[in-house]
Design a protein around this ligand. Structure first.
Ligand SMILES: [Zn+2]
Length: 70
């Protein structure tokens, strides 16, 4: 089962990943060690459609200070 954002545009990887537990949104391309995004529990992983930062913040997520430049 694939999430819709992984199908749109033929992209295999989403740009943004939200952590529903911490309410932080990360950018997957950055892969900062500080984020520890690979340890986010599967059930807390939140993808966004459209896959843009505005969508994440509209859903109440806070941009991660490590991987998303302000
Ligand atoms: Zn981050």
């Amino acid at each position: 089962m694939y999430h819709a954002s992984q199908i749109f545009g033929g992209l295999k990887m989403a740009g943004y990943l939200g952590d529903a537990k911490s309410k932080l949104v990360h950018h997957l391309a950055c892969k900062k060690k500080e984020c520890d995004i690979y340890n986010i529990d599967m059930k807390h992983r939140q993808y966004f459609t459209p896959d843009i930062l505005e969508q994440a913040t509209n859903q109440g997520f806070i941009p991660c200070k490590f991987c998303i430049q302000h």
